[in-house]
Design a protein around this ligand. Structure first.
Ligand code: ANZ
Ligand code: ZN
Length: 807
């Protein structure tokens, strides 16, 4: 069937978006793939689910845009290429061809005319162009700081790419390095990223992950004077009400402030400590289980309300890039501070009265403030919220602090010390500083570096190509150097859905008129592993583009569907476990349609699919049963179904109506079950009467073909041909439902009085007990038989029986 239909479809090209205003537009998008190897079972699942939706909208008559491309820059391809001693470009483009062939074989309804690869110069020219627009607005900037470093990939990573202290790509433990790097100012959008979530129809789980990642907390800044230093230390606290209990301070050892505060006699101890801290992951640092470590810096601060002289320590449980990188430690109310104070013998003062039954260390609960008064202000007796408000007002009036909101979200570190990415279009000039590459010189192409050693060494391989690096400054003409870092692949994927809209457009990254017509993406389908990566970055990009006047929408993806994982024998597939399942083998064994059907039928789309529990052979058998129906039909093409068997017609029309509802609510597996029921009913109608010549049978089989076209395109196309139609069934149109055929059948309900049948009622099969009781008692026959007697009890067994017990 593949050999027969592929050329026909490729010639018809039925899935090209028309974009002519002839129908309502719908943008269907599936996450594009990394070209590392051929398609795998995970692709097979996401493609099957995504294609079902797109094909449904095609059938419904929408002008669907369903593009495909490759996220072809990046570490996975680069690492794989290096391992094979190949150039990343060779490896990448070969894989793209392999995947493209597999996708066509899989029968996807893509508009291939919009195909793109993010590693093509025609694409990354615009990635660079966008970078420069961000740069002009101050949304891209360079700064030195301690950054996440992957010792295996020899490159920095964004916070979002550190998963439980490990590199998102290779799984190695991440360490810290001080480097000057490029950032996008995602933090400027923190609040809007939160607020606009209300525009999104996304799984609550993903929204929650983003909300936590952005991590908004309300609190205050408070200033602490330092002995012998002009500038005070500013701290961020969510519990300003506990200020009277701040008995020492802690700064992050890797923050600049620590190095400034350390006194000469503590320098050696501090240096030793800092070295140890650098190899500690953020997860470890924040862990409450870990033994507290730290070092006294030798400096003292003054608590602004108690006037006490308090020690300043450095400890790794305070992070350099959160809040201000310094905290007031309140052991009485904070668990980590308590542990630290206990270990190093620092004073502890409770400022919240614990409840009577409390027997712990730090008390983090509610209670009246205690030990919190001086000559000017008293919080004693106030509850936490009141005390917070009072102290913030006081700090504010004294110029010692202010109310504030803090976000956990960090700016997005975007530069990478690797070859296979878009070069950062900046030139460093000793005289002019950072100079953007002029737009008309874009793309700033990668040097070829064929034959060069691309293995990660901690500096970008681009730096080794002196001829490429050395340029004339675009501003002063003097000797200057190109930036040698490349951009994170997530920059490429933050705007690819816009390039699809006008892939040939040369006046900008996308045609603004096309964006006006198609955006936002109506439905995005892909994995939830991107929750705080791609899905957050793309939202940031779209908001920034909106602010630049380049886009009218503020969100990229209106709806989101996250498919589950395909696992095997209860575990993720992996080489080391030896439980991998090869997609090509499955297709060879059962065919494309059976694999697709199995994926859709496995369960709700968000659930994992254990391939060991699946029966692609069973799917194949079902498809053959469905396919044989087409050959059995005897009623001629165009025969009038209204003259056909009403029972079968009821089932057909109910299946069409239910399928639409089930797809809209993403219950695809149930829809497949309904198609199976229709197939069985049709077979029965053929074999046991009313027979193959009944026009209702033709109607039923045509319906099966159209419904199946969403999941099993080859089988459906073949059926369509047998039924006497021209290809393609993909555009047959969604069958119209006759509402008269949806009216539910009724059942007969027997109404008894004291066990004797007195009436029969025709009722809906799903009638409720209460409704049925009311109906029974209202019946004339029953009222007559009761003859004025009262009712002691009514026993209802909906929908079949009501028994009235008279008084
Ligand atoms: C005093 C205090 C007393 C605090 C108390 C908490 C409880 P969230 O809610 O997560 O934003 N903090 C501030 N900056 C920090 C940093 N760079 N590294 C580690 N911890 C830091 O947490 C805010 C609280 O975490 C702040 O409020 C501060 O401790 C701490 F009973 O200040 B708190
Ligand atoms: Zn210059």
């Amino acid at each position: 069937m593949q050999a027969k239909w592929r050329p026909v479809w490729e010639k018809l090209d039925p899935f090209k978006a028309r974009d002519d205003g002839s129908a309502e537009r719908r943008y269907a998008l599936t996450m594009f793939s990394y070209p590392s190897g051929d398609l795998h079972m995970g692709h097979a699942e996401v493609f099957a689910l995504h294609d079902l939706l797109s094909r449904y909208w095609f059938q419904k008559g929408y002008d669907v845009l369903n593009p495909i491309g490759w996220d072809s820059f990046g570490l996975p391809a680069e690492n794989a290429a290096i391992k094979r001693n190949e150039h990343p470009a060779t490896y990448t483009y070969a894989n793209i061809e392999t995947q493209a062939e597999s996708i066509r074989r899989y029968g996807m309804s893509f508009d291939w005319s919009r195909r793109l690869h993010t590693s093509d110069p025609e694409y990354y020219k615009w990635t660079q162009w966008l970078f420069l627009r961000f740069y002009e607005r101050g949304l891209a900037y360079r700064k030195a700081s301690f950054v996440n470093w992957c010792p295996y990939d020899q490159t920095v990573l964004a916070n979002e790419q550190v998963i439980q202290g490990r590199c998102e790509r290779c799984g190695h433990e991440v360490t810290k390095r001080e480097l000057t790097q490029w950032y996008f100012k995602t933090t400027e959008y923190a609040q809007r990223l939160l607020d606009d979530m209300e525009l999104l129809q996304w799984p609550e789980e993903i929204l929650l992950m983003q909300r936590n990642w952005i991590g908004r907390s309300e609190g205050a800044f408070a200033n602490f004077q330092v002995e012998g230093r002009d500038e005070p230390i500013k701290v961020f606290t969510t519990r300003p009400d506990t200020l009277f209990g701040a008995t020492f301070m802690v700064v992050a050892p890797d923050a600049k402030l620590a190095a400034e505060l350390v006194t000469p006699d503590q320098q050696a101890a501090f240096d030793e400590y800092l070295t140890a801290v650098k190899s500690t992951t953020e997860i470890e640092r924040l862990s409450t289980e870990r033994d507290k470590t730290g070092v006294f810096l030798g400096s003292y601060a003054i608590n602004p309300v108690t006037g006490e002289r308090i020690q300043i320590w450095a400890a790794d449980y305070v992070l350099a890039d959160y809040g201000t990188g310094a905290i007031m430690a309140v052991p009485g109310q904070d668990t980590r501070d308590w542990e630290f104070a206990e270990k190093f013998g620092l004073p502890i003062v409770r400022t919240v009265q614990p409840s009577a039954d409390f027997e712990g260390k730090a008390y983090t609960g509610e209670g009246p403030a205690i030990n919190s008064a001086n000559d000017e202000i008293s919080l004693d007796g106030l509850g936490v919220d009141q005390a917070k408000a009072r102290i913030i007002d006081w700090l504010d009036s004294k110029g010692l602090g202010e109310r504030t909101i803090n976000y956990r979200l960090r700016d997005w570190l975007l530069s990478r010390q690797r070859f296979w990415g878009a070069p950062i279009p900046i030139i460093h000039c000793p005289a002019c500083g950072e100079v953007p590459v002029p737009d008309d010189q874009l793309p700033m192409e990668l040097p070829d570096l064929r034959g060069a050693d691309l293995a990660p060494k901690g500096v970008s391989p681009l730096a080794a190509d002196r001829e490429w690096v050395e340029v004339d400054c675009p501003k002063c003409g003097g000797k200057a150097e190109r930036d040698t870092d490349t951009m994170d692949t997530f920059v490429d994927s933050s705007w690819y859905f816009l390039r699809y809209l006008s892939p040939e457009y040369t006046d900008g990254p996308y045609d603004p008129a096309a964006a006006e017509r198609w955006m936002s993406v109506y439905q995005y389908v892909g994995g939830k592993e991107h929750a705080v990566l791609h899905l957050l970055y793309a939202r940031f990009f779209v908001k920034a583009l909106h602010d630049m006047g380049l886009l009218s929408v503020v969100e990229p993806f209106t709806r989101l569907l996250n498919q589950g994982q395909v696992i095997n024998q209860g575990k993720s597939m992996s080489k080391s476990l030896g439980n991998g399942v090869n997609l090509g083998d499955q297709i060879d064994l059962y065919g494309v349609d059976a694999v697709r059907l199995t994926m859709v039928f496995a369960g709700p789309p968000a659930d994992d699919i254990d391939w060991a529990d699946m029966s692609p052979g069973g799917s194949l058998k079902f498809l053959q049963r469905a396919w044989r129906l087409a050959g059995s039909v005897e009623a001629p093409l165009g025969s009038d179904p209204s003259t056909g068997d009403v029972e079968l017609r009821r089932i057909t029309h109910r299946t069409i109506a239910d399928s639409a509802e089930l797809i809209d609510s993403m219950r695809f597996n149930v829809m497949v079950a309904r198609i199976m029921e229709l197939v069985n009913a049709t077979r029965k109608a053929i074999d046991a009467g009313p027979g193959a010549a009944d026009p209702a049978v033709r109607e039923a089989v045509e319906t099966v073909a159209v419904l199946l076209s969403l999941v099993a395109p080859y089988t459906a196309e073949d059926m369509w041909e047998t039924l006497g139609y021209e290809p393609t069934v993909a555009k047959a149109g969604w069958p119209e439902v006759d509402p008269a055929l949806l009216v539910q059948d009724t059942v007969t309900c027997v109404v008894q009085i004291a066990g004797k049948v007195r009436d029969r009622l025709e009722v809906a099969p799903d009638i409720g007990d209460a409704d049925l009781e009311q109906l029974a008692l209202a019946s004339d026959a029953i009222q007559k038989a009761l003859d004025g007697r009262g009712v002691r009890k009514v026993i209802v067994r909906a929908p079949k029986l009501v028994n009235v017990v008279p008084a």
